[in-house]
Each structure stands twice: as C-alpha cells, then as structure tokens.
Design a protein. Structure first.
Length: 72
C-alpha cells in the first residue's frame, strides 16, 4: 500500500544524507534548516493556538538518535 507520508519522509531523509555525505554540509546546518522550514510551514498553516501546541510538543518530545551508517 502506498503511504504518501512515508514517501515524503524517505525523500527528505535521502536528500539529507546526500547533503551530509556527499557535500559535507554540517549536521547543525541541515537540522537547523529542516527545523526552520517545518516551523514556517506550521506557522503558515495553523492557528496560533495549534502552532503553540505543536511547538511545545516538539520541544517536549524524546527522540532517539539515528544510528550512523558506516561507509566502506
């Protein structure tokens, strides 16, 4: 079954890895850019109340780090 959210996630993740591995862009620059884009999208499309809810949810979320890939 086709999951459009999974497709979006995979496309963005692959491009992120491309920037990190092939263009040697700092992790902080990529992560910061993705966060800025996400927050602008939320700010543009949500009410002030819902924007604040999601912002707090993001800040309070526990996240697991990615396992680094070993390149040979």
């Amino acid at each position: 079954m086709y999951d459009p959210l999974e497709k979006i996630y995979q496309d963005l993740f692959e491009h992120t890895l491309h920037l990190l591995e092939e263009h040697d862009v700092p992790v902080e620059a990529v992560a910061g850019s993705l966060m800025a884009i996400a927050l602008k999208l939320y700010r543009t499309n949500l009410s002030e109340e819902n924007f604040e809810k999601i912002r707090h949810m993001i800040l309070d979320s526990e996240v697991e780090p990615y396992k680094k890939r070993i390149l040979h």
